[in-house]
Design a protein around this ligand. Structure first.
Ligand SMILES: Nc1nc2c(c(=O)[nH]1)N[C@@H](CN(C=O)c1ccc(C(=O)N[C@@H](CCC(=O)O)C(=O)O)cc1)CN2
Length: 296
């Protein structure tokens, strides 16, 4: 790992997602200004009134605007029908001025996300979560990659965490994070040897302690303790639990930072990177759709 980065009290490199997200936003803003500020538009769809989802969507819109993009927002009440949601998404699919479409997940109970996501063509699927984008990821074809696991990769790259020949353990098997993370870590050129651990994994501590890179994405507050971590390992926390005391990750930061070689804070680690990568995917979408010159 390269030195001269900010470190925790215990000496681990702080994998600062806010900082890298801000660098990404500034870079996109400069690039778009250099191209004469073309129309690049991210559309967000929020169904129902879930408070965290509303916060995430607002953050996405705000950062998109800071990056010099347009943002379009469609809000659909929980009383609407599945057909209403599908019609709203179809309208965005058909609109040539919209380059990226993001349906905030989870949808409220009673809505099926699959037919909604299936409407989004791969070029506009800036979340990378549709069947076709996931299939492309598995097949190694070009396409948008899910933002949170991509953000984990970008953080490791930015802070010089080596992956080739290293052992990686991903805890959690969600389609949003765990499964695509597994694929990204094992990709040619990244070349980690990856283990997927989950709620039915026996000997979780021993499995995690083998990891040079540990990605915690189980949604179990502070489940990763110092005992789970090999000294010097990079630990990336993707889990989010909300408590009276605020946001809590899957990693017991205070204990683990004393053992790890590098660690994400929570908040301020992988969450902001989800948004940074979403914006990068949106620029790539605009390029695929011809709104930005291919060579830029
Ligand atoms: N369609 C999608 N839905 C969801 C995704 C997603 O990638 N696509 N991921 C999560 C939520 N999410 C983005 O939507 C997200 C979560 C957290 C953050 C973030 O920056 N968190 C901050 C803390 C913010 C707070 O105060 O609440 C941090 O970690 O520092 C951004 C995006 C589920 N749904």
């Amino acid at each position: 790992m390269t030195d001269s980065f900010e470190r925790t009290a215990g000496g681990a490199i702080l994998l600062d997602g806010n900082r890298l997200r801000d660098e990404i936003v500034a870079q996109i803003r400069d690039d778009l200004e250099g191209l004469g500020s073309p129309n690049v538009c991210l559309a967000t769809v929020l169904v129902g009134g879930d408070k965290p989802s509303r916060i995430y969507v607002r953050m996405k819109q705000r950062k998109a605007e800071e990056a010099g993009m347009r943002s379009r927002h469609v809000e659909i009440p929980e009383t609407a029908s599945q057909a209403d949601v599908e019609a709203a998404v179809q309208e965005l699919v058909d609109d040539p001025d919209v380059h990226g479409i993001l349906v905030q997940l989870p949808l409220p109970d009673g809505f099926d996300p699959e037919p909604v996501l299936a409407l989004i063509p791969p070029e506009k699927d800036v979340d990378g979560l549709t069947e076709r984008s996931m299939g492309r990821l598995i097949r190694g074809l070009p396409g948008h990659v899910p933002c949170t696991p991509l953000g984990v990769m970008r953080l490791m790259e930015r802070y010089g965490v080596e992956t080739a020949g290293k052992r990686a353990v991903v805890v959690g098997r969600s389609t949003l994070v765990g499964l695509p993370q597994l694929l990204l870590l094992g990709r040619k050129g990244v070349d980690a040897t990856v283990t997927l651990a989950h709620s039915r994994t026996p000997d979780m501590i021993e499995v995690c302690r083998e990891a040079d890179i540990l990605v915690a994405a189980a949604g179990q507050a502070r489940m990763i303790t110092a005992d789970h971590v090999k000294p010097g390992a990079a630990v990336l926390d993707v889990g989010v639990s909300r408590s009276e005391a605020g946001i809590v990750g899957d990693v017991d930061f205070d204990a683990v930072q004393a053992v790890a070689g590098a660690i994400t804070p929570m908040p301020g680690g992988t969450g902001p990177m989800t948004i940074g990568c979403l914006l990068e995917n949106t620029v790539a979408a605009a390029r695929m759709l011809g709104a930005i010159p291919a060579s830029a």
